[in-house]
Design a protein around this ligand. Structure first.
Ligand code: DCP
Ligand code: MG
Length: 371
């Protein structure tokens, strides 16, 4: 197997799943700017532009040093004229005029604000903007707008949720989730996934995959876990989605489609004192708890590795795993399964390592998937 020299940027793969990307980003000045452009393209439903800037962002995150001039980009994939023009601006003036323009754009600012609410997606934000709203006060004052349960919780716990969680808080939650689950099924598996599994220091939520070694024992588990949270007085909000899992279905081509496992989107009370108190005490900090977002996903044990791989992310790493599978291997991959289109068979796997091996990819550990 060919293994590119770490110092040579000339053999960087166009696929994020063939690059090693730690949380250390030497090119934040560029990737922060690109992330604004990605978001703007998303709001405008410009898929091509969105993808171009996402891929460029991801390539820059994988580099072992800062880009100091456009010449440093020679040989790197996914960096087209548009991305280079933005980078040139930043190299010359310290910032991009295009990005500055977007950051002060009225529509961008309103959509960015609205989508920062848990339960408010691009479409809802757009609807509110079209009604002429620019602030939360205007949204709340409009009685033609009906908020769903999730959005109500989103506004109720807005500042707590926006603040996200630290590593220490995620670990404290992990202990709570694990203790609760193990009271029901003593040998249950509770695996931290998402950004914290990749080694991130903070995140917008904590994601867990829960399953049981005995097939079938996972059924009904999630409902009982949520009941226990309620009983403990820490359940602030939950949306339970039943499994729509179908073993005969082929892996979905569409990345953004949610998977079919039983899952629960939660807002839980995290008691203070489990982790260090904040030094500055604002209103919310006077309380003895704060609201945090938690996602629990429950696949059957037979599909644990696929669920874990799919939920570990990053989003770009997942996108490129699927793209690699399809274009380089004629295989379909999603959070449930891997299907070989040539042999017309499902390829099973017990571990992430096995999935990488089935794809003919060098194994990339979670902390190097921050693409
Ligand atoms: N995921 C997915 N399909 C979706 C949503 C998420 O495959 N429709 C995967 C990719 C994500 C992971 O799940 O990396 C966790 O999703 P999060 O939104 O929680 O993202 P992160 O945990 O990576 O970041 P953070 O929570 O810090 O924002
Ligand atoms: Mg997460």
């Amino acid at each position: 197997e060919e293994r590119p020299e770490p110092s040579s940027p000339r053999r960087v793969s166009q696929y994020a799943c063939q690059r090693r990307t730690t949380i250390t980003n030497h090119n934040k000045i560029f990737t922060d700017a690109f992330e604004v452009l990605v978001e703007q393209a998303e709001f405008n439903e410009n898929e091509g532009r969105c993808l171009a800037f996402m891929r460029a962002t991801s390539v820059l995150k994988s580099l072992s040093g800062a880009v100091r001039c456009l010449g440093d980009l020679e040989g790197l994939p996914c960096l087209g004229d548009q991305t280079k023009a933005v980078m040139e601006d930043i190299l010359e003036c310290g910032k991009s005029s295009k990005v500055q323009e977007i950051l002060s754009d009225e529509k961008y600012r309103a959509l960015k604000l609205f989508t920062s609410v848990f339960g408010v997606g691009r479409k809802t934000a757009e609807k509110w903007y079209r009604k002429g709203h620019r602030t939360f006060d205007e949204v709340h004052a409009d009685d033609t707008i009906g908020l769903n349960r999730m959005q109500k919780a989103g506004f109720l716990y807005y500042s707590d949720i926006l603040k996200g969680l630290s590593r220490a808080e995620a670990d404290a939650l992990g202990r709570i989730v694990e203790n609760t689950v193990r009271k029901i099924v003593p040998d249950a598996i509770v695996a931290l996934t998402g950004g914290f599994r990749r080694g991130k220091e903070c995140g917008h939520d904590v994601d867990f995959i829960i399953t049981t070694p005995a097939l079938g024992e996972h059924e009904g588990l999630l409902g009982r876990v949520v009941n226990k949270f309620q009983y403990q007085g820490i359940l602030l909000y939950h949306e339970h989605q039943e499994s729509t899992f179908d073993l005969t279905k082929l892996p979905s081509r569409r990345f953004e489609a949610m998977d079919h496992y039983e899952k629960c989107f939660l807002v839980l009370k995290l008691k203070r004192g489990l982790v260090e108190m904040d030094s500055q005490m604002d209103d919310a900090a006077q309380r003895q708890w704060r609201a945090v977002r938690v996602d629990l996903v429950v696949p059957p044990i037979t599909h644990f590795a696929f669920a874990l791989l799919g939920w570990t992310g990053s989003r770009q790493f997942e996108r490129d795993l699927r793209r690699f599978a399809q274009h380089e291997r004629k295989m379909l991959l999603d959070n449930h399964a891997l299907y070989d289109k040539t042999k017309k068979v499902f390829l099973s796997a017990k571990t992430e390592e096995e999935i990488f091996a089935q794809l003919g990819l060098e194994y990339i550990p979670p902390w190097e998937r921050n693409a």
